[in-house]
Design a binder for this molecule. Structure first.
Ligand SMILES: [Cu+2]
Length: 330
C-alpha cells in the first residue's frame, strides 16, 4: 500500500501527526550521522549542537511568553516609558545576554578542535568525483590509495586537504566537522577517532553532476591492526599472475591507473592497488565485486554521470570479464 495515501485521511493524520517528528530521529544514528559521535571532534560538535538546540528551545519559549504577555488585552494602554523599558529588556538585553553566553560557550570549544596532530598524516585530494588518498608516515614512506581511509583508533591524525579541479568538501560526520578542499590551497583538519568500526564520509560541497556519488569509506582500526596493514602495504608485492593483468595493460588502463607491483603507473584515475580491500567501488557507488567492476569499466558514465573515465563498451566481453576478475582479486 502507498504510505502517503494513508496520510490523506484526516483521522489518521490527526492520530499520527504529533508523532511525525519522531521519525526524524531515525537519522540520529548510523555510519554517517553527526549525532552518533565516534571521535573526539564529533563529540565536541555534537555537544555544541545539543546546547544550541536547548538554547533555541528556551529562546522560542521566551519569545512566545513575551508575545502572549505583550498581546494581552488591557483596560489602560501602556505609558511610553513602560513600553520603552519592556522593549529594551525583552528585545535587546535578554537576547544579547543569551547570545553572548552561547558565543563564549562556542569559542571555548574551539582550541580543542585546533590541537595539532600526531605521527600520521593523510593527504586527501578531492577529484571529480572521487578521493585521492596518500598516507605519509614519519619516516617519509607513502602509501597511495583512493576512496577509502584507514585510521588507527585513538591517534590524532592530520588530514592535508586539497582539490584538483573544483571546490569539494571533506566531511566524515561521525568523526568531526567538515573542511573545504580548495584548488591551490591546503587546508588542515585533525581528527581523533575514539571507536573502531566502519563509517562513511561524503563530499559536502556541490562539485558537479556526480557530487551525490562521491562518498568516502572510513575504517577505524585498532592501532596494532592498523600498523600490520600499513606494514603490509609498504612492502609492495606483485599480484599473482592472471590473464587480466596483460589485458589491463593492453587496453591502456595503465595510462590512468596505478597497480603496485605491475608496470601500471598512471596517476589520472584512482590507484587500484589492492582494490579488493575497499568495501565499495567508485567512491561508494557500487558494491566491490567482479560483476560491478565489469559494469563500471564498460560504461562508467552510465553509473556516474560526468565521470572522468572513458567508456570501454568496445572491449570484447571476455576481456572486460578477465580484467574485472583480476581487479577483484587484487
Ligand atoms: Cu566533490
Amino acid at each position: 500500500m502507498n504510505v502517503w495515501l494513508a496520510f490523506s485521511s484526516p483521522r489518521i493524520c490527526r492520530a499520527l501527526g504529533p508523532w511525525l517528528p519522531l521519525i526524524l530521529f531515525a537519522g540520529c544514528s548510523g555510519p554517517q550521522s553527526a549525532l552518533d559521535p565516534a571521535g573526539s571532534e564529533a563529540r565536541i560538535v555534537g555537544s555544541l549542537f545539543w546546547w544550541m538546540l536547548g538554547a533555541a528551545a528556551v529562546i522560542w519559549a521566551a519569545v512566545m511568553a513575551i508575545a502572549a504577555y505583550a498581546g494581552r488585552q488591557r483596560a489602560q494602554p501602556w505609558s511610553d516609558r513602560k513600553a520603552g523599558r519592556f522593549i529594551l529588556i525583552c528585545g535587546a538585553l535578554l537576547p544579547t545576554i543569551l547570545l553572548a553566553v552561547l558565543l563564549v560557550f562556542g569559542l571555548r570549544l574551539m582550541p580543542a578542535l585546533r590541537a595539532p596532530g600526531e605521527a600520521l598524516r593523510i593527504h586527501v585530494q578531492g577529484e571529480q568525483f572521487w578521493w585521492r588518498v596518500s598516507y605519509e608516515f614519519p619516516d617519509g614512506a607513502r602509501i597511495d590509495s583512493a576512496n577509502e581511509v584507514r585510521l588507527p583508533r585513538g591517534v590524532r591524525t592530520e588530514f592535508v586537504l586539497t582539490a584538483q579541479d573544483v571546490i569539494h568538501s571533506f566531511w566524515i560526520p561521525p568523526l568531526g566537522g567538515k573542511m573545504d578542499m580548495i584548488p591551490g590551497t591546503t587546508n588542515r583538519l585533525v581528527l581523533e577517532p575514539t571507536q573502531s568500526g566502519r563509517f562513511r564520509g561524503a563530499c559536502a560541497e556541490f562539485c558537479g553532476t556526480s557530487h551525490g556519488l562521491m562518498n568516502l569509506e572510513v575504517a577505524v582500526l585498532e592501532p596494532a591492526a592498523f600498523d600490520e596493514w600499513a606494514q603490509q602495504r609498504r612492502t609492495a608485492t606483485a599480484p599473482p599472475p592472471h590473464p587480466g593483468q596483460a589485458l589491463f595493460l593492453a587496453h591502456g588502463c595503465n595510462a590512468c591507473h596505478t597497480v603496485q607491483g605491475t608496470p601500471a603507473r598512471g596517476r589520472i584515475g584512482p590507484d587500484l592497488t589492492r582494490l579488493s580491500e575497499r568495501p565499495s567501488l567508485a567512491a561508494g557507488t557500487l558494491p566491490n565485486d567482479a560483476a560491478s567492476i565489469e559494469r563500471f569499466i564498460r560504461d562508467p558514465a552510465d553509473i556516474k554521470p560526468g565521470a572522468r573515465m572513458p567508456s570501454f563498451t568496445h572491449l570484447p566481453p571476455s576481456d572486460s570479464a578477465d580484467i574485472a576478475r583480476w581487479l577483484e582479486a587484487l
